[in-house]
Design a protein around this ligand. Structure first.
Ligand SMILES: Nc1nc2c(c(=O)[nH]1)N[C@H]1C(S)=C(S)[C@@H](COP(=O)(O)OP(=O)(O)OC[C@H]3O[C@@H](n4cnc5c(N)ncnc54)[C@H](O)[C@@H]3O)O[C@H]1N2
Ligand code: MOO
Length: 406
């Protein structure tokens, strides 16, 4: 059976993926990284009054036509405490930053430009320019104005203005729910004591972190032994929980104990495709079960993580209304690379930057998909197209970044 090219597989997966429509309301404190489900309008005008931008004196510029003008201080205005009253001719009010500008004043003279000449008298020591240091009402935004647009990915700047607009909560799209099931008789949870022939289940943790990093909620279904019954029960739990995506780990290949696909099919899964021209990740399986996306990731940990980056991440981001994460950059290979076969290769590589600023990727000579340490020590994956010819050291190559490279 011909293996599906990576780009075709991704396109097929994403073609079936509809962004989630359900909306929930979250308190501001929980809203960062969430996606706004509607436009947000200001519930009030900011600033709500003409306000002083400086500490000093509020006055009418006409009362201080030249340096050396003298005025009588008739009261004080501070942030949160307006001066109740109006300025008469030759009068001023001591004012502080954020205070409402009193009636009759059109200018703030900063205190550095005023000299006290008596208990309640000041003299100007600098030119008074009409309108200086006053923030007009509504300078930031006006009641009813649309300040944040739907589909905004909320960050600290949006949160601040949302709070200022008097929104204690925000409407956001709900997060995709991802059920994760590890399969295999050989697996036990971290912290346990493996019997001979057993190993520790590790993939779930990396995949769960990837899910959370892409705005997903995790439902950990634990480990199902290699048996239809246990796998079936786990599939039911995923459906009952309303999972948007079921990720299975392992059992995706062709061995006698690889029962995941058969069990999913008997539960009603429609298989979309299986087996991709990539290394690692060849046994990747994609299907759907009553609207739930099913991703069968290969069991080898590095194959799980690479297919997670290439398939699960974009699927999640599509469901969550998040923009595609651009991981691919151009760099150069530090060492010569052999000609490639029919599978697109993803070679774990350490990355450095040369004097010209190029990213230089040094592929590990060993690339077995069970080797997690090499993945953890790598910064990126050199992408080798199917049937790519030999590549000389120093030649340019696309790189998929595992994490942002400083
Ligand atoms: N005859 C063939 N054999 C294999 C093929 C093939 O095309 N023909 N494909 C190989 C490739 S490529 C991969 S990748 C593996 C993946 O197969 P499965 O998805 O069925 O994975 P398992 O057999 O269940 O496990 C593979 C390996 O990974 C370990 N594993 C599984 N789950 C976990 C986990 N949650 N945490 C840590 N490690 C896990 C498992 O113990 C195995 O060592 O198949 C090849 N075979
Ligand atoms: O996905 Mo397998 O790990 O290609 O080797």
């Amino acid at each position: 059976m011909a293996l599906l090219p990576v780009s075709d597989a991704r396109a097929r997966l994403l073609a079936r993926a509809e962004p989630l429509r359900e909306i929930e309301s979250v308190p501001l404190g929980d809203a960062t990284t969430r996606v706004l489900a509607s436009d947000i309008r200001a519930r009030l005008t900011q600033p709500p009054f003409n306000s002083s931008a400086m500490d000093g004196y509020a006055l009418a510029a006409a009362d201080a036509p030249s340096i050396g003008s003298e005025l009588t201080v008739i009261g004080t205005a501070a942030a949160g405490h307006a001066f109740e009253g109006a300025l008469g001719h030759g009068e001023t009010v001591r004012i502080f930053t954020g205070a409402p500008v009193p009636e009759g004043a059109d200018t703030i003279l900063i205190q550095e430009d005023a000299e006290k000449i008596g208990e309640n008298r000041i003299r100007t020591t600098f030119e008074v320019i009409e309108g200086r240091h006053i923030r007009p009402r509504g300078q930031d935004f006006a009641e009813g104005e649309t300040v944040l647009k739907a589909e905004t990915v909320i960050d600290f700047s949006h949160l601040t203005v949302a709070a200022a607009m008097n929104h204690p909560t925000l409407p956001v799209f709900r997060r995709p729910k991802v059920a994760i099931l590890a399969t295999g008789d050989e697996l036990i949870q971290p912290g346990g004591t493996p019997a001979p022939a057993q190993i520790i289940a590790s993939n779930t943790f990396g995949i769960a972190a990837l899910v959370r990093d892409n705005s997903g909620e995790v439902l950990d279904l634990g480990i199902a032994p290699d048996g239809q019954e246990a796998i079936s029960a786990a599939i039911s739990r995923a459906r009952d929980a309303g999972a948007d995506i079921l990720v299975t780990l392992g059992g995706a290949s062709v061995g006698d104990h690889d029962l995941v696909q058969a069990t999913l099919k008997s539960a009603g899964m429609e298989l979309d495709f299986w087996r991709i021209a990539m290394r690692p990740g060849k046994p990747l399986m994609v299907g759907s079960l009553d609207g739930m996306h099913v991703l069968g990731l290969p069991g080898n940990p590095v194959a799980s993580l690479v297919t997670g980056m290439l398939f699960l991440e974009p699927l999640l981001r599509r469901l969550a209304h998040l923009p595609e994460r651009k991981r691919e950059v151009l760099g150069i290979t530090a060492r010569a690379l052999a000609a490639n076969d029919q599978r697109q290769d993803y070679l774990r590589a350490k990355i450095t930057r040369d004097e010209e600023g190029n990213l230089v990727a040094d592929a590990n000579p060993k690339q077995d998909s069970s080797m997690m340490k090499i993945f953890a020590h790598a910064d990126g994956l050199i992408i080798r197209e199917p049937h790519a010819p030999e590549l000389a050291a120093g030649a340019s190559c696309p790189i998929l970044l595992i994490r942002p490279f400083a």
